[in-house]
Design a protein around this ligand. Structure first.
Ligand code: FAD
Length: 657
């Protein structure tokens, strides 16, 4: 039995639902500075004494989900929060190193809400919604206040003000940080707020519980089906609204900087139930990761972008150079970013830095055993600032690098290379962060987000917390105020049917008893995705992938080996479900990449380049969010386009020169 064939029954035709306004983003009009305020005033509220009558499920307790669950709990709603880790504190957000952007202008260096908005729209290569991005820049200032009030230990200057550093794609310093552990500290803040609500009884936490499907009743999202990862028990949970804050799907590439557990199951299952998927092929490649060392690896490690504040990127001028980098004199080094982009230098946006690294390596100037690496050199900064300053700023990152590579980065330059890091694509949401399934909201990296075709560094934490603390609490209230609480219980046929499907899938995985491991399939898929749908793509390669992925999927369902039992802790079973979903999502990503025959952001379409090899965007034909509907047949999704209008930041060929 192939999953491709048996799933036509699970599709909900969202078109029949009067509630959905097609692909209208629902963003209000008027001057951009006033849109969010006007909208907030116009949205309905729920009386405080009525709030406890409503139940909201929040899947995910990272920065987006944790912030949303804590805030909704504080407001008095009944919240059920789920995560697959043993504690909300272990959400992948904990890995974020470099910092979080906010337009506070503490440095008085020319920053403003408008500049953050401008930089984000431009940095995303004009493929994001202006209204959302402006709102994000506006609430960024509240985030910092909220986190400071929670006790997040941001770095401070001598005088006591919060310190800032620079990230790519900006000429101001607006990135707040807590050494190289910003995500961890922010998550601890959100976690404390969440724990407070758990203790107060307004939030019930379900750790080690994986959502395996959503339940749609009469067109509305009314619950989820979960599996207890310790006992294997499958359960039904009902609510008045469901939030997915389940993170990104970069692990479709097998090797990425994401935690190994990151997956697409929650949003992919929702997609199959009727939630449209936005810009699935928009993946971020991060320029500063530790290069791949061989087939044995199961994950890659990020070296924070903040290192580009003080590290200089170069390769040897000579093709095939073999000398120790310290022996290569200054005039034989090619500081390619500084030379090609003098205004932004080493702080060009991630897509530009990544593409240039690939280009110099393709020319034969790459360093390290694979030739897929460039140097990130701190010797000048150490001379100028002293080693102690570098230790203070980046000590934990240098330690991590030394432990992984066995090299001392204070003495010899780090070697770095681009890797998969973040997904701008995700479930399509309107201005209220609601998907095409009424009552299903999506936050953080899981939605198609505000970053267009390329996210600027330090903007994901900002977006996750903006969604969780400052957007969802208003927009969910507005939704709930329009419906009666309750009315459906877990005996409803839709719950029974969804649970039966989840059970059937678990049984199927355990019964195949084939010869290849789940990881083996995942590795094959990941390599195909990186080769054909990664930093550079072309029509022939994408067509090749589109032929091969369904074949891998077919084989998976006949030849995967999942040992162990269903009613027990079984990590192979968990992985099997996630990889089965990656095998479907990967195909949609290639379909999306094939139709977008322009280069934009980090997505270099080889057929679309300028005479000097820069990415060539095609605004006339591709100024839209590509939004995909599951039609019941995997290889035949239907494209809907949300046109993008730029009233404030007029699209131009991006230049960082
Ligand atoms: C190494 C690294 C460094 C980074 N550094 C930065 C940085 O400096 N600045 C920045 O802005 N961004 C950074 N990012 C990006 C940023 O960390 C993430 O985009 C962001 O933290 C995602 O937050 P989230 O809340 O959306 O998802 P996550 O933190 O991934 O949380 C997802 C939650 O969903 C739960 N979940 C998922 N699926 C299910 C399911 N099926 N059932 C139940 N629960 C589920 C998980 O258990 C978890 O609780 C970095 C990313 C990486 C990989």
């Amino acid at each position: 039995m192939s999953e491709t064939k048996n799933e036509t029954t699970t599709r909900t035709s969202v078109r029949q639902i009067e509630f959905v306004k097609g692909l209208d983003s629902g963003a209000p009009g008027g001057p951009i500075e006033q849109r969010w305020d006007t909208h907030r005033f116009q949205m309905k509220l729920v009386n405080p004494s009525n709030r406890r009558r409503y139940t909201v499920i929040v899947v995910g307790s990272g920065l987006a989900g944790g912030a949303a669950a804590a805030t909704l709990g504080e407001q008095g709603y009944n919240v059920k929060c789920f995560c697959y880790q043993d504690s909300p504190r272990r959400a992948h957000s904990i890995a974020a190193q470099g910092g979080i952007n906010a337009a506070k202008n503490y440095r008085n260096d020319g920053d403003s809400i408008y500049r953050l908005f401008y930089d984000t729209v431009k940095g995303g290569d004009f493929r994001a919604r202006e209204s959302n991005v402006y709102r994000l820049a506006q609430v960024s200032v509240n985030i910092i206040d909220q986190c400071v009030a929670q006790g997040v230990p941001f770095a401070r200057e001598y005088g006591g003000y919060l310190d800032n550093r620079s990230f790519g794609g900006a000429q101001v310093s607006r990135t707040f940080y807590a050494r190289g552990q910003t995500g961890q500290q922010l998550l601890l803040g959100a976690y404390q707020a969440l724990e407070r609500q758990i203790a107060a009884g307004s939030v019930k936490m379900f750790p080690r519980t994986e959502m395996l499907d959503i339940v749609v009743v009469d067109g509305y999202a009314r619950g989820i089906i979960t599996r207890d990862m310790v006992t294997g028990k499958i359960e039904r949970h009902v609510a008045d609204a469901v939030v997915l804050a389940t993170g990104g799907y970069g692990n479709v590439f097998y090797l990425s900087t994401n935690a190994k557990g990151c997956n697409t199951t929650a949003i992919w299952r929702a997609h199959r139930r009727g939630a449209f998927f936005g810009n699935p092929c928009f993946t971020q490649i991060h320029p500063t990761c530790i290069p791949v060392t061989g087939d044995h690896q199961s994950k890659l490690t990020l070296m924070s972008e903040s290192l580009r504040n003080d590290g200089r990127i170069w390769v040897p001028k000579k093709v095939g150079e073999t000398r120790d980098p310290r022996q290569i004199p200054e005039n034989e080094r090619y500081y390619y970013l500084e030379e090609r982009y003098p205004s932004f230098g080493n702080l060009v946006p991630r897509d530009v830095a990544s593409r240039n690294a690939k280009q110099v390596c393709d020319e034969g100037r790459g360093v390290g055993p694979s030739g897929l690496g460039v140097y990130l050199d701190f010797s000048d900064s150490i001379k100028r600032l002293g080693k102690a300053k570098i230790v203070e700023r980046y000590g934990n990152l240098f330690d991590m690098y030394a432990q992984i590579t066995g090299e001392n980065p204070y003495e010899t330059p780090m070697r770095i290379y681009p890797a998969i890091h973040y997904t701008m694509g995700g479930l399509w949401v309107d201005y209220n962060l609601m998907s095409t399934i009424p009552g299903l909201f999506v936050a953080g990296e899981a939605n198609f987000s505000d970053h267009g075709a390329n996210r600027l560094g330090a903007s994901a934490l900002m977006q996750g917390l903006a969604d969780g603390y400052f957007v969802l609490p208003y927009t969910i209230a507005n939704f709930l105020a329009g419906i009666k609480p309750g009315g459906v219980d877990t005996n409803h046929a839709a719950f029974v049917e969804a649970e039966a499907e989840v059970n059937g899938r678990v049984k199927k995985f355990l019964s195949i008893n084939g010869k290849r491991t789940v990881d083996d399939f995942h590795r094959e898929l990941g390599k195909m995705m990186w080769d054909e749908c990664g930093m550079a793509r072309n029509e022939a390669g994408l067509k090749k992938a589109l032929q091969r992925i369904p074949e891998i999927r077919e084989e998976f369902w006949q030849n995967v080996r999942v040992p162990g039992e269903g009613n027990d802790l079984n990590q192979e079973l968990e992985k099997a479900g996630r990889v089965a979903d990656f095998l479907e999502l990967g195909e949609l990503m290639c379909v999306d990449a094939l139709q977008r025959s322009e280069s934009c952001g980090g997505h270099f379409r080889e057929e679309s380049q300028t005479a000097d090899g820069e990415a060539l965007r095609d605004d006339e034909n591709f100024s839209y969010v590509s939004t995909w509907e599951y039609t019941g047949t995997l290889s035949k999704p239907e494209l809907h386009k949300e046109p993008l209008a730029f009233e404030y930041v007029k699209p131009s060929q991006r230049s960082y020169k």
